[in-house]
Design a protein around this ligand. Sequence first.
Ligand code: CA
Length: 220
Amino acid sequence: MVEDEPKAAAYLRQGLTESGYTVEVALTGTDGLHAAANGDHDLVILDVMLPGIDGFTVLSALRTARQTPVLMLTARDRLDDKVRGFDLGADDYLVKPFQFPELLARVRTLLKRGQAQPVDPVMRVADLEIDAVRHRATRSGQRIDLSAKEFALLSLLMQRAGQVLSRTQIASLVWDIHFDSDTNVVEVAIRRLRAKIDDPFQQKLIHTVRGVGYVLERRA
Ligand code: CA
C-alpha cells in the first residue's frame, strides 16, 4: 500500500491485516515504487496524491517492470483521472472517502482475477489450518484463539511455509517496523504463538533457524 497519510495508512493496514492479508506500507511514491517493483506482492493499493512522485508516475514506472494488479485511490472524482489511471494500466479505481468494506470487496475481486484458481481462504500445513475470511485457526480440529497480531504472524508464516523468514522481514511485514537495533518483539511473539500452536502438540511446526530467523514447515 502506497499512502502518504499515516493515519489512513494505519487504519487501512489494520483492517486488511484483520482480514488476513499481510500489508507492507510505503509512505512516499519513491518508496512505493521501489517496494512494488522489487517485491513479490499480490496487489498494490496506490494513492494518486503523493508528495514527490505521484501515483500516476508510480504506476507508469511500475508497469514497465511488473503486471501486479493495481487499485488506485484518489480524493478526486474526476473522469479524466480515472481514464488516465486505466490508460496507464490501473486495474481498478476507488474514490476517497470510501467505506472500508468497499475497499475489501475490490481487493478480493482483484486478487481473484489475478489467479487461475479461485482463492481458497483456508491454508493448511500438516494438521494446522487457518481460515483468513473467518479469522479462525485450528490444529487437529481444536480451535486456537489468537490475537490479531498473532493471526497476522501465523498467516505470514503459513503463506511462506518452507521459507525462512528473518526477524527483520517479519518485523517489517507484521509490525511495519524497520529496525537496525536489537528488538525482541518478534521473538516474544513467536514464543507466544508457539505456546498456542506447537507446545500442546507433539509435532512442532515453527522452527528456529539459528542466526537467520524462523520457518514454518512439517518436518519428519
Ligand atoms: Ca495522499
